[in-house]
Ligand binder design. Structure first.
Ligand SMILES: O=c1ccn([C@@H]2O[C@H](COP(=O)(O)O)[C@@H](O)[C@H]2O)c(=O)[nH]1
Length: 236
C-alpha cells in the first residue's frame, strides 16, 4: 500500500514494550479492534516474544519487528533471511551502509519491508558528538536517508522533527515511521526529539510509534483512540 493510502487508524503502531508474552497478549486483547499495528522490540523479543510476531500476523494484525540489527553484512543478511519467515511487515536495521546492504540481500524477494533507523529519537546533537560523530542530528539523518534510499531500503525511522526534510529527499513512496510521539501533556521520558501526533502527521510522518503513553495508561484503548482521532484530524 502506498503511504498516502493508509487509513488513519492503521497509522498508529503501538509498541508492546511489556515484560512477558502474557502481558503483551493481554494488552492486545484490551486494545481489541482499535489497534491494527503492533511493534515488538527488545523487551518482548528477548522475553520469548518472537512467536507472537507470527501469531499476531496470522490473526490479521500487522507487526513491526524492531530489532535494530547491526553486524557484519553477511550476518545481517542471514538474520534477515530467517526473519522473512516470521510474517512481520516491518523490520529495523541501523542505517550503516554494510548493514543496510546485507539486509536488502537477506530480504530478497520477500514482502518484508526494511526500515533504516537514522538517528535514535533519544539523541540530540550533544549525544551524537559524545558518541564521536562530527555531524549533528539533521545532517546525519539526511545523509543516512540518502544512503538508505540508494541501497533499496523501504522506509526510515526518524523523529517527526526530520519528517518534512526527509519527505523532500526521499519522495512520497518511502515509509516515514516516527517514534518520539507524545500526546500533549504526556511525559517525554528519555525521548529528546518529540512531537504530538497531530503535528507529526502534519510534518509528513506516515506511521506513529507510541509505547509508554498507551501501554502504561490506565485506559490504553481510550488513549489509542484519541491518538487515532488526532491523526484523522491532521489528515483532514
Ligand atoms: O529512534 C527510535 C527508534 C525506535 N524507538 C522505539 O519506539 C518506541 C517508543 O516508545 P515510547 O514509550 O513511546 O517512548 C520504543 O519501543 C523504542 O525502542 C524509539 O523510541 N526511537
Amino acid at each position: 500500500m502506498r503511504p498516502a493510502e493508509i487509513a488513519p487508524k492503521d497509522r498508529l503502531i503501538v509498541a508492546l514494550d511489556l515484560p512477558s508474552v502474557d502481558a503483551a497478549e493481554a494488552m492486545v486483547t484490551r486494545l481489541g479492534n482499535s489497534v491494527t499495528f503492533y511493534k515488538i522490540g527488545y523487551r518482548l523479543a528477548y522475553a520469548g516474544g518472537l512467536p507472537l510476531v507470527t501469531k499476531l500476523a496470522d490473526s490479521g494484525k500487522k507487526v513491526f519487528l524492531d530489532l535494530k540489527l547491526h553486524d557484519i553484512g553477511n550476518t545481517v543478511s542471514q538474520g534477515v533471511e530467517s526473519i522473512t519467515r516470521l510474517g512481520a511487515t516491518f523490520l529495523t536495521v541501523h542505517a550503516y551502509p554494510q548493514t543496510m546492504k546485507g539486509a536488502v540481500e537477506g530480504r530478497g524477494s520477500s514482502k518484508l519491508k526494511l526500515l533504516a533507523v537514522t538517528v535514535l529519537t533519544s539523541y540530540n546533537d550533544d549525544d551524537l558528538h559524545a558518541a564521536g560523530f562530527r555531524l549533528g542530528v539533521s545532517e546525519l539523518v539526511e545523509a543516512r536517508a540518502r544512503q538508505a534510499q540508494a541501497l533499496g531500503i523501504d522506509g526510515l525511522v526518524s523523529s517527526p522533527e526530520e519528517a518534512g526534510a526527509l519527505r523532500k529527499i526521499v519522495g512520497q513512496q518511502t515509509n516515514l515511521v516516527t517514534p518520539g510521539i507524545r500526546p500533549a501533556g504526556a511525559a517525554s521520558g528519555d525521548q529528546k526529539r518529540i512531537m504530538t501526533p497531530g503535528r507529526a502527521i502534519a510534518a509528513g510522518a506516515d506511521y506513529l510509534v507510541v509505547g509508554r503513553p498507551v501501554v502504561e495508561a490506565s485506559d490504553p484503548k481510550a488513549i489509542a483512540e484519541a491518538i487515532q482521532a488526532e491523526i484523522a484530524q491532521a489528515l483532514g
